[in-house]
Design a protein around this ligand. Structure first.
Ligand SMILES: N[C@@H](CCC(=O)N[C@@H](CS)C(=O)NCC(=O)O)C(=O)O
Length: 232
């Protein structure tokens, strides 16, 4: 049975951190809401009465349903060899992925600093204030740490792991969201940019990026480009 990935149909969002390693490894999956619409996702979540996911993305493996991006990737990494073999390094890659989760939550707060349920247009002054501190303090703090964490051509080990596809997505997302800020600082992160480029060259990723399955970034997702929130 093909895995079923459940995520919002209109955005890359957090689902993209799951799609990318599956695409890179050629793992067969159905992106269910892309075929049936996001209403089907809402209905599926409501219908689950045992161990219900709090929020998408979640993966139905046929024998269990796993939510939380880092948790899904931990499971896929073990099952499909998408992480290094030794146990300590697997925990390390999981640690990196949990930090990606933290970073993504802050990225979301840039355009939703007051309330997740409110529109961006209803919190623009607060977003401008949050964005300034994010660009100047938080963005380099996280990126410095990711840069320091790279152990070789890949984050760890001799081949790519799901941690590397997540680094790819962070760089791509930040380039879309903050083109001026990234142009100013990305020279400080040669290892992250090299990983981004290596991931883009993986055959499965190259095919995915040029397919209609890769939804373009937009202003409904996590990484949103609002010019007024960007500055060098
Ligand atoms: N920590 C979770 C966050 C999941 C999450 O916030 N999902 C969003 C979409 S990207 C959602 O639909 N949230 C609904 C909500 O928080 O009410 C993860 O990494 O998977």
């Amino acid at each position: 049975m093909k895995y079923k990935l459940w995520y919002w149909a209109e955005i890359q969002g957090r689902g993209e951190f799951v799609r990318l390693p599956m695409e890179a490894a050629g793992i067969a999956y159905v992106d269910v809401a892309r075929e049936q619409g996001s209403d089907a996702l809402v209905a599926d979540m409501q219908a689950r009465d045992r161990r219900p996911p709090f929020a998408p993305p979640y993966l139905d493996t046929g024998s269990q349903v796993i939510a939380q991006v880092a948790n899904i990737l931990l499971w896929l990494g073990d099952r499909h060899g998408l992480a290094p073999e030794d146990a300590a390094t697997r925990i390390w890659i999981h640690e990196v992925q949990l930090t990606v989760t933290d970073f993504v939550a802050e990225v979301h707060q840039v355009h939703h600093p007051v309330g997740t349920g409110l529109y961006y247009e209803d919190q623009r002054p607060e977003a401008a204030r949050f964005a300034e501190e994010f660009r100047e303090e938080r963005m380099p703090k996280f990126l410095d740490w990711f840069e320091r964490s790279v152990e070789g051509e890949w984050l760890a080990g001799t081949r790519w792991s799901y941690g590397d596809t997540s680094i790819f997505q962070l760089v791509e997302g930040l380039r879309y969201m903050f083109p001026r800020r990234m142009a100013a600082i990305e020279g400080d992160y040669p290892r992250l940019i090299a990983i981004r480029d290596r991931v883009a060259d993986l055959p499965g990723i190259a095919a995915y990026l040029s397919s209609a399955r890769r939804i373009p970034f937009n202003t409904q997702g996590i990484f949103r480009h609002y010019p007024e929130l960007d500055a060098a």
